[in-house]
Structures are given as C-alpha cells and as structure tokens.
Design a protein. Sequence first.
Length: 62
Amino acid sequence: MSKRRYVARGVSGGYRIWDNKGRRWWGDLYELCPDDLLTELNSRADPDRISTLLKRYRALKR
C-alpha cells in the first residue's frame, strides 16, 4: 500500500497539511482542522477538492 500524499498533522497551535510527495507543508495553519477537509484528506485526497476547501476556509478567516 502506498503512502498517502496529503495528511493533516497536529503542530503547535493547530493543524497543518503535510505533502509527502513534495516533503513540505501545504496550506495555512488551522486552529481546528475542518471536518470536510479532514475527511477529504483521509479518503481520496483529490488535490483540486483540497484546494477548493482551503480557499473557502482562507476566505472565512478574513
């Protein structure tokens, strides 16, 4: 079984998304990991869907 590309990881102050392929953090720091984002990361992890969710949560933070 292959390693998942994107995973949510707990860091100081909240959660961040780790890109296993690019070996870097991807996206913003979240105090709470949104349920639909976490569900997407734990299932298909479609990059387009993840980007859409990140844009939505980034807009809500403004």
